[in-house]
Design a protein around this ligand. Sequence first.
Ligand code: HEC
Ligand code: HEC
Ligand code: HEC
Ligand code: HEC
Length: 315
Amino acid sequence: MTTAFDLNLIGRFVALLLPAAELRDGGNIRQSDMNFGGVVRGQDKVLSRAGQNCGTETMPSKAAPNKRCSTSNETKGKIEVTTRTKVKHMKQIKILLLAAALALPLVAKADIAGSKHDFSTNSWNTSRHTMCGPCHSIHDTDPSQLVPLWKHATTTKTFTMYDSPSFDGKATQTAQPSGASKACLSCHDGSLAVNQSFDGSYSSGSVVGGVTNIQMVGVSRQIAADGNLSATHPISFDYTDVASKDEFIKAPSSALTFATGNMVGKTVNDLLKGGKMECSSCHDVHKQKGAAPTDTFMRIVRNDYSELCRSCHIK
Ligand code: HEC
Ligand code: HEC
Ligand code: HEC
Ligand code: HEC
């Protein structure tokens, strides 16, 4: 993980410095050149901080990653060239500072640390500050293996699954949510405490659980609190089976059209869990995949222009 982290860091710096090299010989700084080779494509916030103003074209599109703002509406931060060398160096320093400033917030959020799923600083987690502990453990985990080495208590709620007259997944859908989805619901259905382990122990062994202890923070973050999954996107069914029946569902082998980050080059199959559609087909609980590190809801494909939906649906 450390290696991937470092490479990520280096990768981002290199990507950020490339345009800097390009700028060095120019007479003025064209801020529109800061397109980062598509690396932070779609990070509107970051781009606007860099001063980019391309009218409606705030980001280069996937089809034309190097497309720049059209001359008519681009913002040029002109710097007059008086003493050539001095200005050249100043520019280099400024660009380096800008690159560093841009790289930090992007890198800092690229995993579970600091995310909504990081409970290491919660009041009930002060003895060992475990980051994985609320969900996984090394020994003495739930033998049901709902997700690998699952330590959290599992919801016992009976859910009403999704159905509709046109839903093709009914034939393969499990009677109750399966695998990772059931794991998500074990906190998100609001029935169990966030720090409730399956055997009543937590971390160093002290009992900190209990349904009334740490409830899901914010009722708005509860999913199917009433057990009703029929009002949420269908889950726990065989995607491949549906794709073979429904011509408007992409084949699992289809390339992820709107992928960013480490999901570039991956297929729809990489969103599935053993060929099945689950909560984690859209969200990355560890906040690492694709757009998840910076997306508000840890979505693997961000949902501007409904790109997440269009990753699977031909609509
Ligand atoms: C909020 C709960 C939660 C926390 C915290 C958490 N995980 Fe997970 N983890 C899951 C779930 C749910 C899955 C099932 C994966 C999926 O469906 O995406 C999983 C899967 C995994 C897997 C196997 C599949 C994969 O994605 O690689 C590993 C390894 C893993 N977690 C390691 C960790 C480590 C190490 C930590 C701490 C740094 C951690 N997890 C923190 C919930 C959590
Ligand atoms: C150990 C308990 C736990 C598990 C397991 C868990 N979550 Fe969460 N999750 C939380 C908490 C607590 C929050 C923060 C809620 C808040 O801020 O009100 C959260 C936040 C989120 C958010 C972000 C909501 C926001 O405010 O931006 C998403 C999306 C999410 N979880 C999805 C999932 C998915 C998908 C899974 C399973 C793969 C999962 N969670 C598993 C406890 C959990
Ligand atoms: C088809 C993709 C998809 C699936 C499957 C999915 N989600 Fe979401 N989820 C989203 C999107 C998109 C949002 C952003 C808010 C919105 O559009 O309503 C979201 C928002 C959330 C939030 C933030 C709170 C809220 O209601 O806005 C949580 C928590 C969450 N999802 C958890 C889950 C859990 C748990 C499951 C499985 C039972 C799940 N999601 C299945 C796409 C999905
Ligand atoms: C990982 C792939 C995937 C993603 C992402 C996804 N879906 Fe789906 N969705 C499916 C599959 C497969 C079905 C089942 C289709 C069927 O029954 O024909 C489905 C079912 C549906 C249905 C119900 C269809 C019915 O006939 O009852 C709707 C509506 C829907 N999705 C909308 C969305 C929206 C909106 C988004 C984006 C927020 C989204 N989906 C994201 C794969 C996905």
